[in-house]
Design a protein around this ligand. Structure first.
Ligand SMILES: [Ca+2]
Ligand SMILES: [Ca+2]
Length: 297
């Protein structure tokens, strides 16, 4: 009975504060993730969110697109002495801070870092940040991988003019980039051919596999004793598409030079692709890594 009474009291205390700050996390399909915020009408003065990246995601660079209301990046200010309260331009520096420490900015390639931003004004005339729908808080270039967010309790999480109720953290998201950005690597005839594969129902984003442009048509190694990166399985991929075009069933992953060839009859997968394969025949991943990543243009 006593336990129930306590529970009811807790409910009574919590119930009048209907507003709740909700965060969202979305994959933009271009190697970036966006955190959204809906303050439920409450006023927010600062956010500190831990971003945890796995499966290849990381702080690719220090670029960002941040909600304009958040004018001060607190750790950057603390470390550099500029970009602070009431100064212009707003949003000087960047909002990325070290995770697991009290102060300090994050570095490129960090896999765990904090987004720390404030809505601050020395004159006291600024009304803080408030929203009643989910609005973009910040877009981060994490590259592809898994991204999660949580409150950074060391820096206070999300703070406002009153005690805020914070909703459950959004699910982690798989940030993707290949499909959206691979096409951007190509221009001219290669781009036109890329789009023909798409129209034919194929996925030519394999053109951006690490070694596809040198004959790795399956993006895999093979072999028991000697493990090759470019070998029989890739040849099979090529032969299955031999003398074909996107419209007649060519697999874009076998189109190593990303080009057509032929004067009278034009093929997408043909001699030039075989030449690419033979030039790299029986090479290992280490050998290919030494040459560099595709695409080469
Ligand atoms: Ca292979
Ligand atoms: Ca070709």
């Amino acid at each position: 009975m006593k336990k129930m009474l306590v529970s009811l009291l807790v409910l009574a205390c919590v119930a009048p504060a209907m507003a709740q700050v909700d965060l969202g996390l979305v994959d933009n399909g271009d190697g970036t993730a966006t955190i959204t915020i809906n303050t439920g009408g409450d006023t927010v003065r600062g956010v500190a969110l831990t971003v945890t990246c796995t499966e290849g995601a990381k702080l690719v660079d220090l670029s960002f697109t941040a909600n304009a209301a958040f004018n001060t990046f607190i750790d950057y200010f603390a470390e550099n002495g500029t970009g602070g309260v009431g100064e212009t331009p707003n949003q000087e520096g960047h909002p990325y801070a070290k995770a697991g420490s009290v102060a300090g900015v994050a570095a490129v390639d960090d896999e765990t870092f904090v987004v720390c931003m404030g809505v601050l004004d020395a004159g006291g005339g600024q009304g803080g940040y408030s929203s009643s729908t989910a609005e973009d808080l910040i877009t981060i270039n994490t590259g592809a991988g898994n991204v999660c967010i949580d409150l950074d309790t060391i820096r206070g999480g999300i703070v406002g003019d009153e005690v805020l109720t914070i909703g459950a953290m959004p699910d982690c998201v798989d940030v993707t980039e290949e499909a959206a950005t691979c096409r951007d690597q190509f221009t001219g005839d290669a781009l036109a051919l890329y789009d023909r594969y798409v129209t034919a129902g194929k996925d030519p984003s394999c053109w951006c596999w690490q070694f596809q442009c040198r004959g790795d048509g399956d993006n895999a190694e093979e072999g028991a004793f000697i493990v090759y990166r470019i070998f029989n399985n890739d040849l099979t991929t090529l032969l299955n598409s031999w003398a074909k075009t996107p419209e007649t069933g060519a697999d874009p992953c076998a189109d190593f030079d990303h080009a057509e060839e032929g004067a009278f009859i034009v093929y997408s997968v043909f001699n030039n692709d075989l030449t690419v394969l033979l030039n790299n025949w029986a090479t290992t991943t280490a050998q290919q890594t030494a040459i560099g990543d595709c695409p080469s243009y």
